[in-house]
Design a protein around this ligand. Structure first.
Ligand SMILES: [Zn+2]
Ligand SMILES: [Zn+2]
Length: 229
């Protein structure tokens, strides 16, 4: 991000400036640092009526400069190596380490087969592997399963939709892999994704995991967008 690149992809100064630890909403990871209330839930999560399928969500950074640009390179320009510095930043978030230490199974949010074939890698699985490489001890007893979930089909572009429309749009988009349901049964699953906006994708993926017998689902994402609207 600065003149220390490429010796250090993210140097200490940039990390301090662009990835400060933030107080975040416990269930959607939105940045609460500007809110004066001491609550650990944002307004939207306090008034939610939908069932809470993702019990808690942890993010390392806000989806903003310079992370938005780096994430575009990570995802769209064939630079999976960014998983390393991103995993390192996640591991500096105490809540992320706690989730890694308490889960039984780490599962990346999958891409559709078409998307995976064109990209050549799933960025979320790259993050899972980088977390393991960076902190083999933090992730001690759990397993990681790249194929526990299947993404069934393309959905229309999510960007222009409201949260409610996104939720509907994603109904039934994920399913547990039929050969993995025995491994999912009764487990505490940690879902990993690169970015979350409304949480609709995580919610939909969690639904498939819980239907397959998982006991609890939490989520770890590298970046969280600013609050809706
Ligand atoms: Zn720097
Ligand atoms: Zn929230």
């Amino acid at each position: 991000m600065c003149d220390r690149w490429p010796a250090q992809p993210v140097c200490t100064a940039c990390e301090k400036r662009f990835a400060p630890l933030r107080r975040r909403c416990r269930t959607c990871a939105v940045n609460l640092s500007t809110s004066t209330a001491g609550a650990d839930l944002c307004g939207a999560c306090r008034t939610r009526t939908a069932p809470l399928l993702v019990r808690s969500c942890v993010a390392a950074v806000d989806y903003a400069y310079p992370w938005d640009g780096l994430m575009a390179r990570f995802k769209f320009r064939g630079e999976p190596g960014w998983a390393g510095p991103m995993a390192a930043l996640l591991l500096k978030t105490p809540e992320a380490v706690a989730l890694l230490q308490t889960c039984d199974l780490v599962v990346p949010v999958p891409l559709t087969p078409t998307r995976l074939a064109s990209r050549g890698y799933n960025q979320s699985w790259e993050l899972v592997k980088a977390l393991h490489r960076a902190a083999p001890n933090a992730s001690g007893r759990h397993n990681a399963l790249s194929d526990a979930l299947i993404r069934l089909g393309e959905v229309p572009d999510q960007h222009s939709l409201t949260r409610e429309q996104r939720m509907r749009n994603l109904q039934g988009v994920f399913a547990a892999h039929p050969l993995r349901t025995a491994q999912l049964a009764g487990t505490h699953v940690l879902l990993v994704d690169d970015v979350t906006t409304t949480g609709a994708t995580l919610h939909s993926a969690a639904q498939a995991l819980l239907q397959a017998g998982a006991r609890q689902v939490n989520a770890l994402v590298f970046a969280r967008t600013a609050p809706d609207g």
